[in-house]
Design a binder for this molecule. Sequence first.
Ligand code: MG
Length: 333
Amino acid sequence: MPDTILPGHGSGGKLMNDLIHDTIRETLGNESIQLDDSAVLQLPGRQIAFTTDSYTITPIEFPGGNIGSLAVNGTVNDLAVMGAEPLYLSCSIILEEGLPLDELKRVLQSMRAAADYAGVSIVTGDTKVVPRGKGDKIYINTAGIGVFTSPPQRHDIIPGDAIIINGYIGDHGTAVMAERNKLSFSRGLLSDCAPLNMLIQQVIQSYPSSIRFMRDATRGGVASVLNEITKDRPFGAKLIENSLPVHDEVRGVSELLGIDPLYIANEGKVVIITDGKDAPGIVEEMKKIPEGKDAAIIGEITDNYTGSAYITTRVGGNRMLPLLIEEQLPRIC
Ligand code: MG
């Protein structure tokens, strides 16, 4: 373990996992900290989901969103993927001296619009200002509370289960990177930044006992989610390359930069592991909701390559999808 913090400690890869397990959780409380998208808490008479997330993305405005919409949707999604219905958010803002008020207003307007669309209320917050040069325009932390109207969607995964995604992968990371580097050939590509709670509730209500597991594929992308669920488990996760929805612009930028869309961050994509026999019906339900219109079955849980994620390529070979040491694109969320 390095003895100073590296950029990779904030990515979705192995460096970050080691920091969380060996240093943060070890010190703050192994017994109390739940390493899931949200903590599930038992209050008198009711179970709730509670989560928090900080946003440091640069640039703060990007095609398809800004740090404000990202901060609302990201926290909504961490509640939604547990099966909870998000209700209340906090908003804590750290501002750098010199930030134009107009930029702050645009961020706040996006937060409000995203909250209204997702059906959540921002109910409390905090504002701090740091001197010029000690921050980067604006950082936002949002925490959120959700309630369960059905049990938390966490069940044992078994071979034969299907892997579903609600649409095109890699759009967020690619759109932000293109904006950052002023790449002109990705013109028109937007971040997929969106709330997943309506989509997920649609699935839960139509198939209440089919979902085994859900996770939003943010930092580290779809491949990192599949690594998390297969790690030390007696099954593997197989993707089918021909079934993966990838926009041409994402494919093009990825090939140019030598990165894999399966590892690129999404901000409106959920990986759902379900009972295999219900998967086609679930995809049909997802297509009824705007955030799920391009939903597809992209793979399955297998007895092969236990403990690993892999992909069957177009030409028929299998390629392993290891957990990366660090995210290729820092400060993407
Ligand atoms: Mg998450």
